[in-house]
Design a protein around this ligand. Sequence first.
Ligand SMILES: NC(=O)c1ccc[n+]([C@@H]2O[C@H](COP(=O)([O-])OP(=O)(O)OC[C@H]3O[C@@H](n4cnc5c(N)ncnc54)[C@H](OP(=O)(O)O)[C@@H]3O)[C@@H](O)[C@H]2O)c1
Length: 338
Amino acid sequence: METVPATMQAVCLQAIPQGMPQLADFQLQQLPVPVPAAGQVLVRLHWLSLDPFLRAQLGGRYVSPCPPLGAVVPGYAVGTVVADASGRFVAGQWVTGLLGWAQYAVAEARALQPVDPALGPPSTAVGVLGIPGLTAWAGVRRILEPEAGQTIVISTAAGAVGSIAGQLCKAAGARVVGLSSTAEKCALVTAAFGFDACVNYRAPEFADALRAACPQGIDGYFDNVGGAVLETVLSQLALRARVVLCGLSDQYNRSERPPGPNLGPVIGARARLEGLVVYDHLDALERCRQELAGLIARGQLHYREHIHHGLENAAAGFIGLLRGENTGKALVAVEHAA
Ligand SMILES: NC(=O)c1ccc[n+]([C@@H]2O[C@H](COP(=O)([O-])OP(=O)(O)OC[C@H]3O[C@@H](n4cnc5c(N)ncnc54)[C@H](OP(=O)(O)O)[C@@H]3O)[C@@H](O)[C@H]2O)c1
């Protein structure tokens, strides 16, 4: 068995964030490495996933409750098995699960999924070949169903879900228009992810720029933000448009819910709005993973990783994600002493 130190770095919840989280809400601590009981597995973390849902969870607005103060911050991660008291895994095997912001974690064996490193680098198990990839795939394949020649708009287009969703629509023959917050991110969306256009939703002339990019109206919209951006897109829907309601990035850091969008144009367009919860689509994870890994291998799907190094930079990376400073999947490379 590999040598395990007595203590490890872990990031604990110091305060419940109010508005935009602050570095002082998180505290890097030295904790004992946990010991697995029967049925449990000790995992050495290599990659920690930074996800917007954590902000909702810390605000008490998520399916899982906010962790108590002082607890290790929750998060999906990828790591290797160090010790297995369950008989289900072998030492060194790559696994993924809800392991938390720490160098080591103990988890119930049944709560861990094996990662196949032949499909892609292990970090992709929490990115393009994990929940973000499945979210994009389910929204596009099972709700948007884009057709050749249609115009599809995707928000958070430079992010983990949006960048994959747009490329899947493009592969189906649609014209794909991304939305993002800066000129640099918009340039990346067209150059690296192959979208036909990308519009800056923070620019004062956003509505006009979107109309110019979608002159025939919008046949499908993959919404990751809600709020004013959703309202602008809804007012430009084409007849029988489909809208995937997937995320609410615009309101995760607000204490008050902003006034809701006007849904009148949805009725006028005979559009269909459909909510997306990725966990309803877990039956398709293996199929989705094989399909996306195949597209990557053929050079037909591209993904980006925005890597922060060391748990001491996890909180800054998470705050950066909420500020939109990431492009692609936000990750922490969990570092260990040599
Ligand atoms: N329904 C589900 O089951 C499910 C599953 C997974 C993820 N999601 C949702 O999908 C969305 C994207 O998740 P992700 O993991 O791919 O994250 P991501 O897009 O990689 O990163 C979050 C992005 O949100 C955008 N953002 C931040 N603050 C914003 C604001 N005030 N207004 C508008 N946009 C803002 C930023 O992009 P810009 O700079 O481009 O604005 C930022 O880069 C999130 O809303 C997440 O909650 C839903």
